[in-house]
Design a protein around this ligand. Structure first.
Ligand code: SAM
Length: 314
């Protein structure tokens, strides 16, 4: 997704070291390795099944490519363990891959009937079924509203709690049917009624928003001066976090706190409340979106937004 744009904006130089923090099926990494014959890529993914497939796909690049099973929140540790103190480019293409969406038994899709799992890393942690069956009604409603921006969240939470007094909710179809009934929707719809509820649960199960802010700070710390960070997000909640983090890291106060102090000469501030301090320049005033052709070819890409910044200060 946004493949040409990633190649164009990351601009790895001769012998660049690139970290692809969300390797997935290795599509971006493969293109970066092909287009930049002297570059090396370290690819991280928290999903070991995806990692294995990507590793096989990229084996032709020999020691120019290294796959690491890791959460991107451990980026600095992954690099430090290999004696790396700074890299040239970092890419994060957030969310889940088509492979994960379509793979059997992963529980991400409301179009199939599978166990309600949704964990990207299946080695541990709570599943979507755990949340749906164990959270209180208000907690569930808040989760679906905040992480799914679903206005019918209260009705959905009420219907879930009612249903689970009869039987545990274990499958994607069971949940999708409850949501459809709670929203009183039948027949044809523009987006499937369960889309937002499934998004909310997936984000909660995988702690996707909590990790992002911290990750952006760490990623910038690991860039050499002149190095670039590219983040592709898939929904407005993620994009808002990326946009605000870039603003803060470019020395603009995002909390309007009284602590913000101007830095002489460059128009930026340092703010102790939100942590604003200039380390990067934002290269994309407006988020970059896929071309019409890409959106026609791959309707899922419609909601993708890419933002890039460049490290300018220590
Ligand atoms: C949209 S896909 C990436 C697709 C990839 N760019 C490609 O071209 O094939 C996102 C990938 O990021 C992984 N992922 C999501 N959150 C992660 C995290 N916190 N740490 C590491 N990997 C993560 C997912 O498991 C998934 O494989």
């Amino acid at each position: 997704m946004l493949l040409t744009e990633v190649l164009e904006w990351l601009k790895p130089g001769e012998g660049a070291l690139i970290v692809d923090c969300t390797l997935g099926m290795g599509g971006h990494s493969e293109a970066l390795l092909k287009e930049n014959p002297t570059a090396r890529v370290i690819g991280l993914d928290r999903d070991s099944e995806s990692l294995e497939l990507a590793q096989a796909r990229l084996s032709e690049f020999g020691d120019r490519f290294l796959a690491v099973h890791s959460d991107y929140e451990d980026l600095s540790q992954v690099l430090e363990e290999r004696g790396i103190i700074a890299v040239d480019c970092i890419l994060a293409d957030l969310g889940i891959s088509s492979f994960q969406l379509e793979a059997p038994e992963r529980g991400f899709s409301f179009l199939k009937d599978e166990p309600l799992d949704m964990r990207m890393d299946r080695l541990g942690g709570l599943t979507a079924a755990d949340l749906v069956n164990d959270l209180g009604e208000k907690e569930l409603a808040d989760l679906i509203f905040e992480k799914g921006e679903e206005r019918g969240s209260r009705g959905i939470a009420r219907a879930i709690v009612k249903e689970r007094t009869r039987q545990r909710i274990e499958s994607t179809k069971q949940l999708a049917d409850i949501v459809i009934r709670a929203l009183h929707q039948r027949g044809k719809w523009r987006i499937h009624p369960a889309t937002r509820t499934f998004q909310a649960l997936r984000i909660a199960v995988n702690g996707e928003l909590e990790r992002l802010n911290e990750f952006i700070s760490t990623a910038i710390s690991m860039l050499r001066i002149g190095g670039r960070l590219s983040i592709i997000s898939f929904h407005s909640l993620e994009d808002r976090i990326v946009k605000n983090a870039y603003r803060r890291e470019s020395g603009r106060c995002i909390c309007e706190g009284r602590e913000a102090r101007p830095v002489s000469g460059d128009g930026s501030v340092v703010c102790l409340t939100c942590g604003a301090a200039r380390r990067v320049a934002i290269l994309t005033r407006k988020a970059i979106r896929p071309s019409e052709q890409e959106m026609d070819r791959n309707p899922r890409s419609r909601s993708a937004r890419m933002r890039i910044c460049e490290r300018t200060h220590q």
